[in-house]
Ligand binder design. Structure first.
Ligand SMILES: [Cu+2]
Length: 175
């Protein structure tokens, strides 16, 4: 075997080793994409039981992204019409009214919806909500996306704030 022939064989071996190393590194763990997490997570959602009329859905919305998420509207399987309400104090009484511009769920943060605070108002319950019932609530986001969650029916005595649809309208009391 000539000297020239021997050096070619060594070079070929070196290339083969590099190729194997490159192949191995591409299969190392940690490079696979992480499982997709929903941008908006709804924790412990529940809805106040009601035979008819008005009711409300609550829960904690967790924004898992680095960008604010704005909830602009909602619908429900129990009530076709749902409004986004905030609770304020009017003339010393707790009152609720539609939230102007929707609810902002801050980036990497959460927003709690609870009796006496922000809530999703079921304006006209067409399907009675009993304890343990599961109702579907669909939120529409400002970017056009939707988020659906299932709220569990619970008896709850509170959350009967007066309803102020607007500045000039007369208060409406929930039944
Ligand atoms: Cu309300």
């Amino acid at each position: 075997m000539s000297l020239r022939h021997r050096s070619l064989l060594v070079t070929a071996g070196a290339i083969l080793t590099l190729a194997l190393a490159a192949c191995g590194s591409s299969e190392s763990p940690g490079t696979a994409p992480t499982s997709a997490q929903p941008a908006l997570v709804v924790k412990d959602p529940w809805v106040k039981t009601a035979q008819s009329g008005m009711s409300a859905a609550y829960g904690t919305l967790l924004n898992t992204t680095g960008t604010d998420i704005v909830v602009v509207s909602a619908t429900s399987s129990a009530s076709p019409k749902v409004e986004l309400h905030e609770t304020t104090t009017v003339d010393g009484k707790m009152a609720m009214r539609p939230k102007e511009g929707g609810f902002v769920i801050p980036a990497n943060s959460s927003h709690e919806f609870k009796p006496g605070g922000d809530h999703f108002m079921l304006m006209d319950v067409t399907t009675p909500v009993r304890p343990g019932d599961q109702i579907t609530v669909t939120l529409t986001l400002k970017d056009g996306g939707t988020v659906q969650f299932t709220a569990l029916g619970k008896d709850f005595a509170g959350g009967n704030e007066s309803y102020h649809p607007g500045q000039s309208a007369s208060p409406m009391v929930m039944g």
